[in-house]
Design a protein around this ligand. Sequence first.
Ligand code: 9Z3
Length: 377
Amino acid sequence: MGAPSSSQGFSTESYFQTQRPPTGLKEKSDRMHGFVEKWKAVKGKKVVLVTSGGTTVPLESNTVRFLDNFSAGTRGATSAEYFLSQGYAVIFLHRLHSLRPFSRHYSHSLNPFLDLLSIVPSESDSSSSIVVSPEHTKSLLPILQAYHEAQSSGSLLSVEFQTVNDYLWLLKAVTASMASLGRRGMFYLAAAVSDFFLPEEKVAEHKIQSNKGTLSLEMDQVPKVLKPLVQEWTPEGYIVSFKLETDPQLLIPKSRAALSRYGHQLVIGNELHRRKYEVVFVERNSHSSSARPEKGSGDDRIKGTETPPIVEFAESNKFDVNGLVQKEEYKEMWLRLDDLKDGAAVAGKGRDGEVEIEELIIKELLNRHQRWIDAKE
Ligand code: 9Z3
């Protein structure tokens, strides 16, 4: 089958029929499959797929140039840590060289790890040892303990992608494995996935030469794989997608549109500049019709959160001709850190002890995921 014309766009099916799988797909898929099978055998263990970081779109097959986006993978790496701390087994599907759980606290730009270390000269000979300076030990200790715990229990599997094509193939493969978990599987799709790509047949083989003057590109739309993911690949998984906007006015309408289009459980909306301090959970009201009805989702209060965030519920009501309240189809819940400082960035908890919004997000998701599991029983 040939590739569709640009005007038709790629369906998910035609995408996977025409675009080649990345090298290493089988090995990575097998690792993810083995991980899922291992944890499936542990009664009650929940498994989450966390996708993280940006996808690239190569302009040349011998790639010198590619399109990229801003995401460093902070949301994904931070969230993975909190999922681990809540007892989940985590598949961390992330962009090559993006931030990772635990090591993210010591990124070379924010907190270079060499700055943590001191040299202790030996008194007897020329050998010296290296220690973590006392002022850093307190903050490093819990991170190191959690890291060792994840290592020794084998509850974190990290798998890398680079291009949007890698991402799509890996997502499909891991979803096929996770489907067998039924409702115990959660999908937390935080990667910043390109909306556009260049199909194989449009990609130049060699470095594009600049002597032709301007460069024009016509890109195709990346197929909306969330639809088959929700409706065919894993009909029982608990699926959380993220919606990123820069225009705050669009955040809720677009999040609602995604829910109605794909029929999954939850969209977490975030605006680019405020994403570290506020997000909005957009869900269907439990009484409204849905492809995947969510039972018992009426009580959305935060439970067990040590530092309460500012939470707002917005459930706008309409009135019918008789003046009776008609519930809207969607509801929104804002999670906000209360230490907003004129839009200044809030540093990660590992360094200065601040609350991170991902902690609040994951605590909320725990409740929702559990209700999703319980609704089946
Ligand atoms: C997000 O919205 C993530 O929260 C961020 C995290 C990418 C903003 P950082 O890495 O940023 O912590 O700096 N992810 C999803 C973005 C996305 O591609 N969403 C699609 C869309 O908005 C829908 S799946 O259309």
